[in-house]
Design a binder for this molecule. Structure first.
Ligand code: DQA
Length: 141
């Protein structure tokens, strides 16, 4: 079982800045992740949360579950949430960080990730493929 965690504002995908994030909705992305998980023979728990505290609590909850790794798009929290970074370190699970857009090619404040140093790896800029490649990599670990 793997946890897929989407951060704030990703519930608006499809209508939110399509020139940056594309036209797929979060449901479209989740459906493709479920399809890939089925091919890989693994199960997913997928959640989208808008607040930092809820994300921290969801990460802690993995301690009570049979979770083997976390695929996370921390969204804006990527750039400044030490609380989410610390929670990820605290649960001692493999982490893959993904982004739809290429955060390194955007505003300066997006070019830093406080999560990346505690993740196994980061995939950024490939749209839905960031998620699909990220899930594949997480399962391979
Ligand atoms: C994002 C990039 C972040 O900078 C932004 O705040 C998001 C989405 C991405 O997937 O490209 O909400 O994580």
């Amino acid at each position: 079982m793997y946890l897929v965690l989407h951060g704030p504002n990703l519930n608006l995908l499809g209508s939110r800045e399509p020139e940056v994030y594309g036209n797929l909705t979060l449901d479209n992305i989740n459906q493709q992740l479920e399809n890939l998980a089925e091919q890989l023979g693994v199960e997913l728990i997928i959640e989208q949360l808008n607040s930092e505290g809820e994300m921290v609590e969801r990460i802690h909850q993995t301690l009570e579950e049979e979770i083997k790794g976390i695929l996370i798009n921390p969204a804006a929290y990527t750039h400044y949430s030490i609380a989410i970074r610390d929670a990820l370190v605290g649960v001692e699970l493999p982490i893959i960080e993904v982004h739809l857009s290429n955060i390194h090619a955007r505003e300066e404040f997006r070019q830093q990730s406080v999560v990346a140093p505690v993740a196994e790896g980061q995939i950024s800029g490939l749209g839905i493929d960031s998620y699909l490649l990220g899930l594949q990599a997480l399962v391979n670990l």
